[in-house]
Design a binder for this molecule. Structure first.
Ligand SMILES: Nc1ncnc2c1ncn2[C@@H]1O[C@H](COP(=O)(O)OP(=O)(O)O)[C@@H](O)[C@H]1O
Ligand SMILES: [Mg+2]
Length: 605
């Protein structure tokens, strides 16, 4: 590393000012970032009592000369930038030269550091910012910093801390993101004498995820990557199983720095729209690499926020990369059969529990070709080979599944060919695929098909409208009529033609063709409610209207379906962009693999 120097005031004044040492986690973050900047291959972090009484960060990085080690504790002492201009092109995690000075002023610090080429290292003890001693010491290459009794001399800040256990958790969270940010560094984390994790440091992000979150979480991730003109994106996004009720598992890294950014969060939310229920949030670990001069990291003292020069470009790159990842992957959770033994009066009762189990990403993100062998199904066969004659088809609930409309330009075939076995509980369609049993929720599936169709129609040609033989008078409240007036263009786009009548009523002359007469009025009013509601949860009114229409028009649960209706739904699913979840984000399909069935019947172990 370059020699440490004190920044001249011209430069230091340009740096986002503010205290960086708020709590133990901020100390750990600053020390670990220094170790990363020092080129360490392994970093060990140890804390006791939530970090308040003891923190130690040890690295095998470049180390410091004795002179540099002393200077490093002075405010604005840094080896990472020199000129003001350098602030526009920051490649290191640190650049403010303030962390060590700030930490040393509010705790008891002991630093041991040694350059590789030297025999002895230096040990510096500095308490409350005052040097106590500087001496030779025998130590390993790199740097080790112990911080004791944080805020011992600033009781006001000590009081501000949460409980030891909470502070410890915050340290852990911060370390998770640091470990994820650098898969090529081996991180060891010891908390109150217990090793919490130890990442391999082999450069594979997947292995860090496995170490930190376990196999199940890892199995619900989809790998993504994108390379564009100004940025590239890599990492993982979660499938629907990985959704959570908060954003804690949405992690963003820009040029290796863990950051928070509202625009990135919005891009993720938008990309997952209709894939997840409204109250659920996607998981993701996104790495954005962008030219350093196109991103400003000097926004916030803790460097946890960034500003992109071209927000739009970054937004659309993230949005599209996630969307491609979602539509290109099999999102169907496999089901795993678990046999639970229950002993009751010596009678062994076996209960079978069907558990949602995400596909192991590493095994097969798509149905494996080999699994088609001996199934009699030709994987290359065009879809029509297993499609059925639909000439005599009776539309379900007067709504035909019209998947051959021009809006669906290409057959997506995200699902393998499926052969209908029958209906179960008047709600689920059972079908055989090349790799096992598929159980399809008839309402959720039909709803998704209709939603995509309506959306496609809407985007290409608008909804086809049909004149009513006898116009329908709908009485509304004053408020409802105002909503119609305010949103009249949207209603027209959806295929409604109407006239205002009297003070409050409207007369419907044309309606979208998808409407069955009986529910016409009720649905119209529902759409008015929707247009008038404030809570659109990020969706456009039109989009919500489209999915309300899909929901109302779709075949319901507890409805007997004839063979051809089931076939229509299944073949409809094969032709859409996202056959895996309904527009509310619930799953449409679950799968029981042949392997699981064989295990259950003890054909294999
Ligand atoms: N673990 C370390 N290994 C080698 N050098 C370090 C280490 N920690 C700090 N330094 C040196 O001390 C300087 C001051 O560190 P710090 O106060 O965190 O400021 P900054 O990281 O912003 O430069 C760094 O610029 C670096 O040269
Ligand atoms: Mg630093």
């Amino acid at each position: 590393m370059d020699k440490i120097h004190i920044l001249d005031s011209n430069v230091s004044n340009k740096i986002a000012a503010g205290e960086v040492v708020e709590r133990p986690a901020s100390v750990i973050k600053e020390l670990v970032e220094n170790s990363i900047d020092a080129g360490a291959a392994s970093i060990t972090v140890e804390i006791k009592n939530g970090g308040i009484s003891y923190m130690r960060v040890t690295d095998n990085g470049c180390g410091m000369t004795r002179e540099d080690a002393k200077v490093s504790f002075i405010r604005h002492a840094t080896s990472k930038i020199i000129r003001e201009d350098d602030l526009n092109n920051i490649k290191t995690l640190g650049f403010r030269g303030e962390a060590l000075a700030s930490i040393a002023s509010v705790s008891h610090v002991e630093m041991s550091t040694k350059l590789k080429e030297e025999t002895y290292g230096s040990k510096i003890i500095i308490n409350g910012g005052e040097f106590e001693s500087v001496e030779d010491c025998g130590c390993t290459d790199g740097t080790s910093i112990i911080v004791r009794n944080l805020f011992y001399n600033t009781p006001a800040r000590l009081k501000f801390l949460k409980t030891e256990s909470r502070e410890g958790t915050i340290v852990s969270e911060s370390l998770y993101s640091l470990a994820l940010s650098k898969p090529s560094i081996s991180f060891k984390y010891i908390k109150d004498g217990k090793v919490i994790f130890n990442t391999p440091g082999d450069g594979d992000l997947g292995n860090v995820v496995l170490t930190l979150y376990g196999k199940e979480a890892y199995g619900s991730l989809i790998k993504i990557s994108y390379t564009g003109n100004i940025l590239s994106i890599g990492g993982f996004i979660g499938n629907t199983d990985a959704a959570r009720s908060n954003r804690n598992r949405q992690l963003f890294f820009v040029n290796g720095r863990f950051i928070k950014n509202k625009m990135l969060t919005a891009a993720v939310d938008n990309a997952y729209k209709t894939y997840l229920p409204i109250s659920k949030f996607a998981s993701c670990i996104l790495f954005i690499t962008i030219y350093p001069d196109l991103v400003d990291v000097n926004v916030h003292p803790t460097k946890s926020e960034v500003r992109f020069q071209d927000q739009k470009e970054v937004f659309s790159a993230v949005f599209n990369t996630i969307r491609n990842g979602l539509t290109g992957e099999v999102l169907i959770p496999d089901t795993k059969l678990k046999v639970e033994k229950k002993y009751d009066d010596d009678i062994e009762e076996k209960r079978v529990q069907v558990e949602m189990f995400p596909k192991d990403y590493s095994v097969a993100p798509r149905v494996k070709e080999a699994e088609y062998e001996n199934t009699g199904i030709n994987m290359e066969a065009p879809v029509k080979n297993i499609e059925y004659d639909t000439k005599n088809y009776e539309p379900i609930n007067s709504v035909k599944v019209e998947t051959n409309k021009p809006n669906i330009e290409s057959v997506k075939n995200l699902l393998p060919p499926l052969i209908i076995i029958g209906q179960c509980c008047l709600t689920y369609i059972l079908a055989q695929g090349p790799d096992g049993l598929y159980i399809i929720d008839q309402h959720a599936a039909h709803e998704r098909i209709l939603y995509e169709k309506f959306k496609g129609d809407f985007e290409t040609s608008g909804v086809i409208s049909q004149g009513l033989i006898s116009p329908l008078l709908v009485e509304l409240t004053q408020k409802e009529r105002n909503i119609v007036k305010e949103n009249i263009e949207k209603f027209q786009k959806l295929g409604f033609e109407l006239e205002y009548f009297g003070t409050n009523s409207v007369i419907l002359r044309s309606v979208p063709v998808i409407f069955g007469e009986p529910q016409l009025k009720q649905l119209f009013i529902e759409l008015i409610d929707l247009a008038g509601s404030d809570d659109l949860s990020g969706r456009s009114i039109i989009d919500k209207m489209l999915y309300t229409m899909a929901c109302k028009s779709a075949v319901k649960a507890n409805n007997r379906l004839v063979q051809k209706e089931m076939e229509e739904i299944v073949s409809g699913l094969r032709k859409i962009n996202n056959p895996y979840t309904c527009p509310h984000g619930r799953p449409t399909i679950i799968k029981l693999t042949e392997n699981e069935l064989e295990k259950k019947f003890k054909r294999i172990q």
